[in-house]
Design a protein around this ligand. Structure first.
Ligand SMILES: [Zn+2]
Ligand SMILES: [Zn+2]
Length: 137
């Protein structure tokens, strides 16, 4: 689906900011940070509009917001089945682990899942070649 189709699929109006955010996310391979997205958007980027637009698309379920330790925020299109992510403590890259599917979990009676993110932390394959895991204690 292209950006306009994704928006109408989620019953959202097509604004130029929303379209350029989606296009940027489609071009970027990994879950992307705000600076990575704004670089792709170029002149279409405006900070206030960005946050408003992305919030709307997160709430509509079009975009997944992944937060590591409250500080690291990445955005990705929600176009694949839910999967775990790997956060590298060294290079801060967030990688999709599409073969690892979290849940569904059997929760105690009365509990309802709104969101469930599985984030595994450690060293990615390229960092673990240079750095033994002991050094990040
Ligand atoms: Zn790494
Ligand atoms: Zn992912």
């Amino acid at each position: 689906m292209n950006a306009a189709e994704l928006l109408s699929h989620h019953h959202l109006k097509k604004s130029s900011a929303r379209i350029s955010i989606i296009r940027a996310l489609q071009e970027l391979e990994t879950p992307a940070s705000e600076p990575e997205i704004s670089n792709k958007m170029g002149i279409h980027y405006d900070r206030t509009t960005f946050y408003r637009s992305i919030q709307t698309m997160v709430e509509a379920g079009l975009i997944r917001k992944i937060v590591v330790d409250k500080l690291v925020v990445r955005y990705a299109l929600r176009d694949k089945p839910d999967h775990a992510h790997f956060y590298c403590d060294n290079c801060q890259q967030l990688t999709c682990l599409e073969d690892i599917h979290p849940g569904p979990y059997r929760l105690p009676a009365g509990f309802q899942t709104r969101e469930s993110d599985v984030i595994i932390r450690g060293l990615c394959n390229s960092c673990s070649n240079h750095l033994p895991i002991e050094t990040i204690h």
